[in-house]
Design a protein around this ligand. Structure first.
Ligand code: F6R
Length: 261
């Protein structure tokens, strides 16, 4: 796993956006896996800027979001449909037909989940999957104990996730939907590249466990150690519990040095 440590949140968002931009310039019909939450907001902002100021073209891009709450309508201000519209989709030229977010209103969830997997496969698989990380180490809504081979499915959120997400529901934990649809860990692991983003001290323990701890379903993000192409981009605070910080910094500096030769 490549670990890139940056001083600021803005820098980590910039690096993530540059990885996506470079991939998009090479492959205009890029398939992106997208996350919601506070972590990727800076990344979306940087991509929107590239679209508006540099003419980066998203017209052939296809997207698949990781997850969505069940039990609130798509139009709900805290739904992930609304989040994606506000932070990204309303500001770039990704065609409506190419945007996919798990349907929280599907009548048959099982059939929906199977169809979501099929749609990802039909699109040729995900080229770059953007991931945040929960304080308990979850990725998507794959909570502790999720099968490391799981596929898109219905899940119940843990108390720690309900508490973390209550801030988006005026601090009212009882207003956070307890049930969600998430891409599975097996689904995420099939992405050709994963970008794991984290900032702030609240994520430092989860990052240390995910990057340097044992691979276990109790820290779902730890499975990324088995992914052949995961780039973890974090700020100094999120890196503060890592043992090998100096080594990661030296490795990245050497990579940049080689690239500039
Ligand atoms: C959201 C998602 C979650 C978040 C995680 C971190 O689509 O997949 O795994 O990435 O809960 O959330 P933030 O970024 O709000 O700390």
């Amino acid at each position: 796993m490549e670990i890139i440590i940056q001083s600021t949140y803005k820098q980590l968002a910039t690096i993530a956006s540059e990885i996506i931009r470079d991939a998009l310039l090479k492959k205009p019909d890029l398939v992106l896996g997208l996350a919601t939450g506070s972590t990727p907001i800076g990344l979306y902002k940087a991509l929107v800027r590239m679209y508006k100021e540099d003419g980066l073209d998203f017209s052939s891009v296809t997207t698949f979001n990781l997850d969505e709450y069940v039990g609130i309508p798509c139009e709900h201000p805290q739904s992930y449909h609304t989040f994606m519209a506000n932070h990204f989709f309303d500001h770039v030229n990704i065609s409506m037909k190419n945007r996919h977010i798990p349907q929280n209103t599907a009548e048959n969830h099982e059939a929906f989940c199977a169809a979501y997997e099929e749609a990802i496969a039909r699109a040729g698989g995900i080229d770059i999957q953007v991931l945040g990380i929960g304080t308990d180490g979850h990725i998507g809504f794959n909570e502790v104990g999720s099968s490391l081979a799981s596929r898109t499915r219905i899940v119940t959120l843990t108390e720690s996730t309900l508490v973390a997400n209550a801030s988006h529901f005026e601090g009212d934990m009882s207003a956070v939907p307890e049930i969600a649809i998430t891409m599975g860990i097996g689904t995420i692991m099939e992405a050709k590249q994963c970008l794991l983003l984290a900032n702030g001290t609240s994520k430092s323990e989860a990052i240390a466990k995910a990057v340097e701890g044992p691979i276990t379903s109790m820290v779902p993000a730890s499975i990324l150690q088995m992914h052949p192409n995961t780039v973890t981009i974090i700020d100094e605070s999120a890196a503060s519990d890592l043992k090998e910080v100096e080594y990661y910094k030296r490795s990245y500096a050497n990579k940049l040095k080689l690239q500039s030769q």
